[in-house]
Design a protein around this ligand. Sequence first.
Ligand SMILES: C[S@@+](CC[C@H](N)C(=O)[O-])C[C@H]1O[C@@H](n2cnc3c(N)ncnc32)[C@H](O)[C@@H]1O
Length: 423
Amino acid sequence: MARDMTRAGEPLGTAPRRAALRLLDAVLRRGEALDAAIPLATRALHGGPDRGLALAIAAETLRRLPDLDALIDSATRQRLPDDAKARFALRIALVQALALGTPPHAAIATVLPLVDGGPRKLVHGVFGTLMRQGATLPERPMLPAHVAGRWRGAWGKATVDAARHAIALPPPLDLSLRDAAVVHPDGVSLAADHVRVAGGDVPTLPGYDDGGWWVQDVAATIPARLIGRGTGKALDLCAAPGGKTLQLAAAGWAVEAVDVSQTRAERLAQNRARTGLAFEVTIADVLDWAPAVPAEAVLIDAPCSATGIFRRHPDVLYRAHDGVIAETAALQAHILERAAEWVSPGGVLVYATCSLEPEEGEAQLDRFLEARGDYVLEPARGDELPVGITPHERGYVRTLPGMLADQGGCDGFFVARLRRAGG
Ligand SMILES: C[S@@+](CC[C@H](N)C(=O)[O-])C[C@H]1O[C@@H](n2cnc3c(N)ncnc32)[C@H](O)[C@@H]1O
């Protein structure tokens, strides 16, 4: 029997709600990544289902936070502070009742112990009021105001509306194939060696054990597509867990994959073992490492705010503040500056970020081209890209919410291919 670490006297099922509270606290008050907070926040839980429930509650709360808060504010005489435990408890109770299908009595009963010795009455009262009023959540969740404002300024209202639509839907499951012949689940192909499938438990899907495919959003396949096939040396910088490394290795390159994180590099090695593809893994900080010889192809999938993957990781919406964006933009510029020296004459440098912030994409490109007269932007061609994605008129690729909408959308990415003079 799975043990529920609910404390004595508490309703069964309280423990996963307490873990959800810890997860939200880690993201919203301490600025941690949701994934990174899971081990500590859920360590008192026994069993995958409880952990899954805690994570589902936390992630759905983050997807719906502005709307949940608006409901709470509509039912309180005095506005609860953002970090009040009562607000956190109400968010958790409401998201379950209004978005996750939990019966209201269970949603509130399992949350009240979280405010024991505190504003229990208030939480109970506000929840009851909202239920009696028939409160609902909108079909298209509101984005946090600072994010909506930033994206409206950069991309316009239609993109903000598309992002609101996208965050409410389960993201698709995209697989990258080692080659067209591998065993894989049926689905829709949007590009060579790609299939979009209905979903499911990944390790049980056809062909998983053969290692012929790996999970990767279709937009994330674009950087390696712009490098194409080759047999020379390719450097994949900031490579873990290795989706792009696997693509490059499958395309024939002799790849050296570099990442600063030991833990994430282990996932590179696991992916190598599962797929049987060959590449070298180097654990190093690219700010103080350099390759022994230059490479024909260098791919930088730079660390970034990751706002382009908000559908899968809604916590990024609350962590990517202006300061974080400025910090990652400075890091990206530094990495680009160093990597530009590691490309052999005539070679190719592809720069990518899974960010919807122009500072981490378009602005990096402009600054780079101004500083490096020995590089030109080599325009992406439509036939190199997934069906439905076209290059920007300047030649780089910018994917945005709303693209591929009829097929389930794609992550937000910026990708530029730069060619070094000479050779
Ligand atoms: C966007 S993720 C890479 C995803 C990967 N390219 C893929 O396709 O699976 C960015 C990676 O950069 C790594 N990283 C961050 N700073 C780094 C540095 N200074 N040197 C090397 N790697 C770094 C992180 O550990 C992280 O794995």
